[in-house]
Design a protein around this ligand. Structure first.
Ligand code: BGC
Length: 757
């Protein structure tokens, strides 16, 4: 299709019209020119296609579909191939249903355990989030269906999500909140990007030219269309000017008129409207020209895929005395309503109308296992009666082991609002404690989208974090509990001991409409590690029914320039007696650095299947970005010359291997000295330091103790040479005039010489 010519035939009104939706889920048609409507639909953990009763809050029904594990769970798999395959399945469903774009994945950073939408997000770590998003986009788009990576950007809370401004400094944005988008845009080329509701540093994302044009298109090369989150538009003409192509859903024509008026009044360049239309039509036709509505949608097969995937996502957090796996011969008690009706997805726009749901009780029953069930608590009433608790304890007492299915009910965790605390419902805590008192072999399976506090952790033998594992989560839980699957998930986030430990605790939610991201780059483990804090479970943690041993970390060089790549090789061995998957994690840290940096940051990982006794070498390639921080002076990535650690192992707090490499910067930071520049900074600059040193020797008086005889005994007693030197470090050049008796002219001359150097 010749899009340019198509746009040139459109009237201004038709073009303005195309810049917003026809209804909740369609772009507009222009019948005169044969341009059809095009459908987009929510997901992204399955397809949420609505027919007539449209809404974006998951209230009205959508067509029957399959709910795969949600993002919080798939991230725990640390397996991009797994989410890619899910993406392919969702792409097939979209083709079958004539949906051109699925609205996801969502890659916002899990800044606080409280965010109501954490279950839709991958991780507290940008590399993990980016890798998962990239793989998912590749999967969906391999089926010629678009994705809409969202919500760009800094949408890490639901509280006041449509009015609040997320205020963060440039370095924090670049190092923490952008990289997942950046990686996905550069490597997987999503067809569309959805902007967030919130403002970023005071400007709505939907009219933020820096986000939508400068960074997204000019820096990262995005070439699809940008779409507003549903209802995120405030000033539509400003949005068009900033690079927001499509407003969703419809504005009832009001904003179309505003665009027309702005163009007629000379306030908005018509070329920008043409550009938006061109970008929208490119995608409409990219889908259309390869639409395959005869693609089969095999829900049974997808249900089986969802079960397999969910099992790969489960994280074995604790397993004292190898209580797990359970024996199929033993009598086991299943306790808690979630055993019957699991919580496997979250509320809001991602809510899937599942064609089937498999709970753990049903899955155990279909295998003929000896499982006795006690409800324990009621999810709907959010209460546990004394009778229910007594029955649960009784069931536990007669069993070899008791499994409590616990977690957050829908009302605790949903799109649209945040949690107010990090606890499980009190009724569930009481059930866990009563069961643990009745049977020492108590196991807890958790269904939640983000960390919860576990005051009972010392009283139970094992904990399995199932996250929100999709519609087949019960099947997966039974496979893991009884050892058909060896758990291999790892935490994509830190579980702090208590909410107050979380770095965003003091500022999360903000004041009125301003939320300052004051913890900066110290999100998640970056903070807990720097503060050497005890945590409940660290980032990257996950046990297995077998054991892995890491050895032989080798670096391809002990010194590189920042334009060169470094290869790190690690050997991982399965030393246990059953097959299992290890997640090898690689972290980099800057040993000594001028910018204040985390101790270590995840740079790469690999999931490896190993038979008993088998070992494998895994290689990682580290480029400049692995060592760089965002430099605010040059507004670019910069590596500070020095020694870096490369650590490898099975979690952020289990890194038995460590090596060092010196990385040399090839970028010289610009120096501009003034009379306010301090001696220490000049001395750190290899070009300016000799000039200053020489000058200081010649004009010693100007830099001495105000002209006093520093060699006298009295002076030495008052201040040692070292102290004198240390204090001199912080002296500005102008001090040579005001304290050292030099003249302002001399200082000026010195500044000039330094700048010339
Ligand atoms: C959500 C988006 C979603 C959209 C359409 C919004 O409320 O924030 O994630 O894709 O609705 O349902």
């Amino acid at each position: 299709m010749d899009i340019k010519s198509l746009v040139s035939q459109m009237t201004l009104e038709e073009k303005a019209g195309l810049c917003s939706g026809d209804d909740f889920w369609h772009t507009k048609a222009v019948e005169r020119l044969g341009i059809p409507r095009s459908m987009v639909s929510d997901g992204p953990h399955g397809l949420r296609k609505q027919d007539d009763k449209a809404d974006h809050l998951g209230i009205n029904d959508s067509i029957k579909a399959v709910c795969f594990p949600t993002a919080c769970a798939t991230a725990a798999s640390f397996d991009p191939e797994l989410i890619r395959a899910i993406g392919e399945a969702i792409g097939d469903s979209c083709q079958h249903e004539r949906v051109s774009v699925v609205l996801g994945p969502a890659v916002n950073i899990k800044r606080s355990p409280l965010c109501g939408r954490n279950f839709e997000y991958f991780s507290e770590d940008p590399v993990l989030a980016g890798r998962m998003a990239t793989a998912m986009i590749r999967g969906v788009q391999s089926r010629n269906v678009g994705t809409s990576i969202k919500h760009f950007a800094l949408n890490s809370q639901e509280h006041r999500r449509m009015s609040s401004s997320s205020d963060a400094d440039e370095r924090t944005i670049r190092e923490i909140y952008f990289p997942a988008f950046e990686m996905a845009v550069k490597e997987a080329r999503p067809w569309t990007v959805m902007c967030s509701y919130n403002k970023v540093n005071g400007v709505f994302a939907s009219e933020n030219a820096w986000l939508l044009t400068d960074v997204l298109r000019k820096e990262w090369g995005f070439d699809g269309y940008t779409v507003s989150d549903w209802g995120a538009v405030s000033d539509r003409p400003a949005g068009v000017a900033a690079g927001l192509d499509l407003e969703m859903p419809a504005s009832g024509g009001a904003n179309d008129r505003k665009i027309v008026e702005a163009v007629r009044a000379g306030k908005l360049d018509e070329k920008l409207v043409d550009q938006a239309c061109g970008r929208i039509l490119e995608i409409v036709y990219r889908y259309l020209e390869n639409a395959k509505p005869d693609t089969p949608w095999d829900m049974e097969a997808q249900h089986a895929q969802a079960a397999e995937a969910a099992a790969e996502c489960m994280v074995l957090l604790k397993n004292d005395g190898d209580i797990l796996p359970l024996s199929k011969e033993d009598r086991i008690a299943f306790i808690g309503e979630f055993a019957e009706k699991p919580r496997f997805q979250g509320g809001g726009s991602s809510h899937i109308n599942c064609f089937r749901i498999t709970g753990a009780l049903e899955a155990a029953g279909s295998r003929g296992l000896q499982v006795e069930y006690a409800r324990g608590y009621s999810v709907e009433k959010d209460e546990a009666s004394e009778t229910d608790i007594a029955a649960a304890a009784e069931a536990a007492r007669h069993a070899k082991a008791a499994v409590v299915f616990a977690g957050l009910p829908d009302s605790y965790e949903s799109e649209g609002y945040d949690r107010t605390h990090m606890r499980l419902p009190d009724c569930q805590r009481r059930v866990i404690e009563a069961v643990a008192a009745a049977n020492p072999n108590t196991i807890v399976v958790l269904h939640n989208g983000a960390p919860v506090e576990m005051p009972w952790i010392g009283r139970v033998k094992a904990v399995v974090e199932a996250y929100l594992g999709g519609q087949a989560v019960g099947e997966a839980a039974v496979r893991v509990l009884f050892g058909d699957v060896n758990p291999c998930g790892h935490l994509p986030e830190t579980f702090p001991l208590r909410l107050e430990d979380n770095p965003s605790f003091l500022f999360y939610g903000g004041e009125g409409n301003v939320t300052e991201y004051r913890e900066g780059v110290f999100v998640g483990y970056r903070y807990y590690d720097k503060k050497r804090m005890e945590v409940l479970f660290p980032f990257g943690h996950g046990l297995s029914y077998t054991k892995f041993e890491y050895s032989g970390l080798k670096l391809s060089a002990d010194r590189i320039r920042d334009t060169e790549e470094l290869t790190a090789t690690v050997t991982v061995k399965n030393t246990g007696n059953r097959a299992g998957k290890a997640v090898v994690q690689l972290y980099v840290g800057d040993v000594e650095s001028t910018p204040i940096r985390p101790v270590r940051e995840l740079k790469d990982f690999a999931k490896v299947l190993l038979q008993p006794g088998e070992s494998r070498e895994v290689s990682f390639t580290l480029g400049k970005r692995a060592f760089a921080y965002w430099n605010r002076q040059i507004h670019d990535w910069h590596v500070e010359t020095g020694v870096f650690t490369v650590e490898a192992g099975g979690s952020s707090r289990d890194l038995p291997l460590r090596a060092e490499v010196t990385v040399e910067s090839t970028t010289e930071l610009p120096h501009r000295y003034t009379a306010d520049s301090i001696i220490m900074d000049i001395m750190a600059d290899p070009k300016a330091a000799p000039v200053l040193r020489e000058y200081m020797q010649e004009a010693a008086g100007m830099f001495g103790n105000g002209g006093q005889d520093s060699g006298s005994d009295a002076a030495k007693e008052a201040i040692s040479d070292e102290m004198n030197l240390a204090m001199m470090n912080y002296m500005p050049l102008r001090g040579a005039a005001s304290l050292g008796g030099g003249s302002a002219e001399e200082v000026e001359k010195l500044v000039e010489m330094l700048n010339e150097a």
